[in-house]
Design a protein. Sequence first.
Length: 75
Amino acid sequence: MVFEKVAKLIAETKGVDVTIIKPETTLQELGLDSLDAVQLVMDLEEEFSITIGTEKIARTVGEAVQIVEEKLAQK
């Protein structure tokens, strides 16, 4: 469930097909630069009602999912 929401957010942000997004896919492979990564963090915070902060920037989709799941577990 978390993976699907994260993948959908990335797909919508970058205009890519959600089916190409896998946990091991890097954000760089999807065309996200550092500004996109910060925007993704803000989108994830809003979508999941969590606070991530910019100190935790994921390199892969799977890492982003893991960060979200950790934050949700802390709620």
